[in-house]
Design a protein around this ligand. Structure first.
Ligand SMILES: NC(=O)c1ccc[n+]([C@@H]2O[C@H](COP(=O)([O-])OP(=O)(O)OC[C@H]3O[C@@H](n4cnc5c(N)ncnc54)[C@H](OP(=O)(O)O)[C@@H]3O)[C@@H](O)[C@H]2O)c1
Length: 245
């Protein structure tokens, strides 16, 4: 599909991957990019870069009233990228493990679900649209050191699979995005090789343009996915042993 001229929304647009996505959509000629963030003051440089094409939108994906209003006001969105997410970085059995599991499920699963529930009917009414959810390679295999996060992303993976079937008859496409480690605030302090947010964002936009259903936007995610396809139990064991410094 042609990205040029399309109307896009990116949530978590002030974050590492979010900012890079907005820039990549600007570069690819998107017609309008709604940059959604809790703190819109953090979007000033993107708005300037967009030269009239970047529209800041204040949005907390846990605020149902705000989501409903924005789905009405931004009814021209053709590609919704649900990128907002959190990672508390905890083991399930850590003292705060149960709280982390709830928080992550709230944002990564229920927040994303609320966005899909608000925008799918708007897109269906118009007759077409793409919902692209930023999941994670850790939604396909669990790394226990971030066990609660992985569980929320696994729920997110299941969500997008379900929506794919539910929305296909309405001519809406659902895209799954499965990055490996990316150098953003979310992975700050983790001593592991990381992809750049710019490279990941470019691969995501290219994947959308190529109409890929699942996007593995970096080398680590592609390798991990290949291992999962070849030997899922090996992948489970390998990720089970990983303890990032
Ligand atoms: N970095 C990685 O290694 C990696 C790998 C795979 C997948 N991902 C996924 O990629 C996405 C982006 O993460 P990132 O790496 O770019 O991390 P990041 O820099 O921390 O960005 C996360 C973004 O999500 C926003 N957010 C969190 N809770 C929100 C809420 N309730 N409502 C609206 N926005 C909210 C944050 O806004 P505030 O600034 O207001 O908190 C921020 O803009 C996430 O879904 C993450 O799980 C990241």
């Amino acid at each position: 599909m042609e990205i040029k001229g399309t109307v896009v929304m990116v949530t978590g647009a002030n974050g590492g991957i979010g900012q890079a996505l907005v820039k990549a959509f600007i570069e690819q000629g998107a017609g309008k990019i709604y940059a959604a963030a809790r703190d819109t003051s953090a979007l000033a440089s993107l708005v300037q870069l967009g030269q009239g094409r970047v529209v800041p939108v204040q949005l907390d994906i846990l605020n149902g009233g705000q989501i409903a209003r924005i789905a009405g006001e931004c009814a021209d969105v053709e590609i919704l990228v649900n990128n907002a997410g959190i990672n508390r970085g905890l083991w399930f059995l850590a003292p705060a493990g149960a709280d982390a599991a709830r928080d992550e499920m709230e944002v990564n699963f229920f927040g994303t679900l609320a966005m899909c529930r608000a925008f799918a009917p708007v897109m269906a009414h118009r007759g077409s649209g793409i919902i692209a959810n930023v999941c994670s390679i850790l939604g396909l295999v669990n790394m226990p050191a971030n066990g609660t996060y992985c569980a929320s992303k696994a729920a997110g993976h299941s969500l997008l699979q379900a929506l794919r079937g539910e929305l296909a008859p309405k001519n809406l496409r659902v895209v799954g995005i499965y990055p490996g480690p990316v150098d953003t605030r979310l992975t700050a302090g983790l001593e592991i090789p990381k992809a750049s947010p710019e490279g990941v964002a470019q691969a995501i936009v290219e994947g959308l343009a190529a109409e890929a259903e699942d996007i593995f936007p970096d080398e680590m995610s592609r390798q991990a996915h290949a291992m999962m396809l070849q030997d899922p139990k090996l992948a489970e064991r390998e990720f089970g042993k990983m303890v990032p410094a």
